[in-house]
Design a binder for this molecule. Structure first.
Ligand SMILES: Cc1cc2nc3c(=O)[nH]c(=O)nc-3n(C[C@H](O)[C@H](O)[C@H](O)COP(=O)(O)OP(=O)(O)OC[C@H]3O[C@@H](n4cnc5c(N)ncnc54)[C@H](O)[C@@H]3O)c2cc1C
Length: 353
């Protein structure tokens, strides 16, 4: 993996402006290199994105994350000070056939404020405020080309960008594989071994609060459904109006399906999935619960939601200038993604290998 350290003279393309790509970009931009980020979505964030509806904003990917690593803790402290992050949740439950039990594993968790994507938006805004850094949103990179002066990137409209000295790919491995397969056998093989699990994420907005559940705090924030049947539909329900900065919005639930169920129903329509998730919500509530009227439901399919297993390398890079990072290279959590991107950035500038 040895390669010459990057310097301020180098130009780097980063494909994917999720938290790993942004973390990598921050290290490289801080060393003065020219950094160009590309994302196929309308904005940065990836799996930390939030859905904005007229009456409510709902997090459809990560709901909250914990911190174990001291380097990540320092970044989290900065984000808390800026105000784009806040502690949440503190009132969590587990639902099982025996009812709801308070469930607190003692781990502090955080969420973006006033929505999960506020964190990645903050990172993207601070990065692009630096000289020699830019972000191309709505730009799906479909091909890499080796040019005389470095790497060229080609998007879905056939437009070429570059040349770049290095290309960092932070897209989930199946998407990264399409880009590296023609150029690097080792990186391609690494992508193929990192299998991804799928997840349906639904949402439901009501015209009033869910009635109180006996024995449960009325302002409960999140419930995890204990896995007791392979046909279990729901995994997590979280109440977005209990998240910091969203207190004024009506009852607005994120309904995350169980991964096994998601994979068995991957090709259902989003409307059908949303109906099934709301039906599953009713089943975890006491039978006497009269739900308020639904204003809106929907569902989003994450084909590549989380890695099936953890990996021994936090990132990978090659002599030819291509590099891979992302949560799949550590363990499938926000912290893993940030550490992977940050670690790759440090390795590319020669601070660690
Ligand atoms: C439903 C769900 C719930 C989760 N819950 C939690 C949780 O509670 N706690 C936790 O810690 N983690 C959670 N996670 C995981 C967490 O969201 C991820 O680990 C983290 O966001 C991954 O960041 P990343 O930068 O590695 O990848 P991503 O966020 O996926 O970023 C990759 C980016 O690459 C872009 N891209 C892909 N291909 C191309 C291309 N060809 N051209 C241009 N751009 C491209 C994508 O648009 C995307 O923005 C959850 C994830 C999901 C889906």
């Amino acid at each position: 993996m040895a390669t010459l350290p990057l310097t301020a003279h180098h130009s780097i393309a980063i494909i994917g402006a999720g938290i790993s790509g942004l973390a990598c970009g921050q290290v490289l931009a801080n060393c003065g290199a020219s950094v160009t980020l590309f994302d196929k979505a309308r904005g940065p964030g990836g799996r930390m994105s939030s859905k904005r509806r007229p009456l409510a904003t709902l997090d459809l990917g990560a709901q909250a994350f914990s911190v174990r690593d001291p380097v990540f803790q320092r970044a989290v402290d900065e984000w808390l000070a800026v105000g784009c992050l806040a502690p949440w949740p503190t009132r969590t439950y587990q639902a099982s056939p025996n009812g709801w039990q308070a469930h607190n594993d003692g781990q502090m968790r955080f969420t973006g404020a006033p929505r999960m994507s506020a964190l990645t938006r903050h990172l993207a805004d601070s990065l692009t405020a630096l000289p020699r850094v830019s972000l191309h949103a709505d730009t799906s990179i479909v091909r890499l080309q080796r040019a005389h002066m470095g790497w060229q990137l080609v998007d879905a409209a056939g437009i070429s960008f570059g040349p770049y000295d290095r290309v960092v790919i932070s897209a989930p491995p199946p998407q990264a594989h399409k880009l590296v397969a023609a150029w690097d056998d080792n990186l391609a093989a690494a992508c193929q071994t990192r299998k991804q699990r799928a997840c349906w994420a639904g949402w439901a907005i009501f015209d009033g609060p869910i009635p109180a559940i006996p024995g449960v705090e009325p302002d409960w924030q999140m419930v995890r459904i204990a896995h007791h049947s392979p046909r279990q539909v729901l995994n997590i329900v979280s109440r977005n109006q209990t998240k910091p900065g969203r207190e004024a919005q009506p009852e607005s639930l994120s309904l995350l399906a169980h991964l096994d169920w998601s994979e068995a129903h991957l090709e259902l329509s989003a409307d059908e999935v949303a109906e099934q998730l709301v039906a599953a919500l009713k089943r975890i509530l006491p039978t006497s619960t009269a739900l308020p009227n639904l204003i809106e439901i929907g569902a989003h399919r994450w084909r590549y939601a989380q890695p099936a297993s953890s990996s021994e390398h936090a990132y990978l890079y090659s002599e030819n200038g291509l590099a891979l990072c992302g949560d799949s290279f550590r363990g499938g959590r926000v912290e893993d993604a940030w550490l992977s991107g940050h670690g790759l950035g440090e390795a590319l500038i020669g601070r660690s290998v």
